[in-house]
Design a protein around this ligand. Sequence first.
Ligand code: NAD
Length: 332
Amino acid sequence: MKVACFSTKSYDRESFDLILPKHAHDFTYFEAKLDKHTVSLAKGFDAICTFVNDHLDASVLKKLNTLGVKNIVLRCAGYNQVDLEKADELGFKICRVPAYSPEAVAEHAFAMILTLSRKTHKAYNRIRDNNYSLEGLAGFNLNGKTVGIIGTGAIGHAFIKIALGFGCKVLAYDLIEDKSLKTLGVEYLTLDELLSQSQIISLHCPLTPGTKHLVNASTIEQMPDGVMLINTSRGALIETKSVIKALESRKIGYLGIDVYEQEEDLFFKNLSEEILMDEQIARLMTFPNVLITGHQAFLTKEALAEIAKTTLQNLDAIASGANLVNAIKYSY
Ligand code: NAD
């Protein structure tokens, strides 16, 4: 198949080029993000390959349909960026990579927790300034702390295994309980109970209309004072303005985010010569107890190899008419 690959970075090209010779697909890489201005680049292709911030809204889907491009392979697990109702109506085949490396994201979430709890981000800068003082660097042990996980799917599961290894008490909330986790000692609670009892809260549920702004002024109020909040899932799970207020009042003691509600205009780009106009992220950067990474939790060699492998298998299945095991189910 002729495939137009959008939002391509050097690491995408490298991982795909390594195994493309084993598959009968011809990839054209575009650095451009897919949106209404760039969708015409897909003309003449059989399929498009997209990532988290590419637009698959109704207008882009309609244009793709007009161009006769009916196959979409997502290089990611989440699909909140797709207008599922329109895609279903127009008969698109859409496949994703459901679990390329849950460990990559879970380990990054833990890297954020350890950085914030042991202040290694401050120590790194201090030592480079020839400053070996330990004043202000006192952290806290993870052993014995209560960690609450919202969403116990593939990534939540991997995260829980790490948390148990650190000797944490693990609380969980999900619409569906995972029995295997209960046997490991994980306690499922209501969302309200989890919020009020967890010293560290990590978000691992998808962004849906039901989870948008799950962390807001009233849910923050239920959390213990000084709580640590970690979001490696999707930015809009958090209402940023409420989190900023809670950081100002010290209700939230630590914040680690790999995703950000307005990330689309910022992340995956080098904007170091630009004037930052996003006042919320600018404010977040001023807190000493906030750690921000630019949607890199997935970015390991292992995950990139798995994304390329599964994406090409998805294209193989579409091309041969085989069962699409990774097709998105149209329930919205
Ligand atoms: P998954 O589908 O395996 O698990 C998601 C879990 O969330 C499921 O158990 C589901 O029942 C639960 N859930 C759904 N709605 C819920 C709700 N309202 N309340 C509580 N739980 C709910 O997905 P996953 O592979 O574990 O990925 C989780 C999310 O992580 C993805 O949706 C994606 O947004 C994000 N992600 C981020 C990165 C990154 O690089 N930062 C990479 C991959 C995935």
